[in-house]
Design a protein around this ligand. Structure first.
Ligand SMILES: O=C(O)COP(=O)(O)O
Length: 218
């Protein structure tokens, strides 16, 4: 049987850095705080919108200021993501091909849930994912392995029947803690050398690996 596939969103399926940076910098400007260049914002991404804001404000700033920046970031991002989010090359073709081959697929993101769903709906109108899960109040978030439990429940499957595909050390840590084989992607926001020994350089390579390993755990 083919493995079920969990995809990270930011840095894996879509390049969301321009939209995140623009919305974050607008929120910072409203709080009279300095903005950050894209490479710095890239390093803030991965642990959700609160951590994004927390890392963007001065270290000694109170949590209340980080929360204000997070709220304003979300307000700008609600409209701003469309101008600053792009699919990575080869991703739509890869997802279509995997769907045609009956791979079961899900998206698991630390991005706020409403944005995660809206972005996935926008870029994947054929609805190829069984489940799209973003960050929700009160629910576990990566790297907590409990974040993958809703996916196991939907698929009625254990970790050995799943692959986790992501661009970050947060994704890798989640997969490892949950016992899921991890495949890194080199085109995202973290250094590929931190992603273990299976790191795909482009979407066709990732596709080949996923399709040729399809029967690993039959
Ligand atoms: O927005 C974030 O912080 C991370 O999002 P991701 O989990 O899709 O990489």
């Amino acid at each position: 049987m083919q493995p079920s596939l969990i995809f990270d969103l930011d840095g894996t399926l879509v390049d969301s850095l321009p939209g995140i940076a623009e919305s974050l910098n607008r929120a910072l400007a409203e709080a009279d705080l300095p903005s950050h260049p894209h490479p710095a914002v890239r390093d803030f991404i991965g642990n959700g919108s609160y951590q994004l804001a927390r890392r963007a404000v001065p270290e000694d700033a109170p949590d209340s200021l980080a929360l204000t920046v997070e709220m304003d970031f979300k307000r700008h991002y609600a409209t701003g993501w469309k101008n600053g989010t792009l699919l990575y090359p080869g991703i739509p073709e890869l997802i279509e091909e995997l769907a045609a081959r009956d791979f079961r697929m899900a998206v698991l993101s630390n991005k706020p849930d409403a944005f995660t769903r809206e972005i996935v709906r926008h870029f994947f109108p054929s609805d190829p994912f069984d489940l799209v899960v973003g960050q929700r109040d009160g629910s576990a978030r990566k790297p907590d392995p409990a974040a993958v439990v809703p996916l196991f429940e939907t698929w009625r499957i254990g970790p050995e029947g799943v692959r986790f595909i992501g661009d970050s050390t947060v994704d890798r840590a989640t997969a490892e803690a949950a016992g899921i084989p991890f495949i890194g992607v080199a085109w995202g926001y973290h250094d590929p050398s931190d992603l273990g020994d299976r790191v795909a350089r482009n979407a066709p390579e990732l596709g080949r690996w996923l399709m040729t390993n399809a029967t690993d755990h039959e």
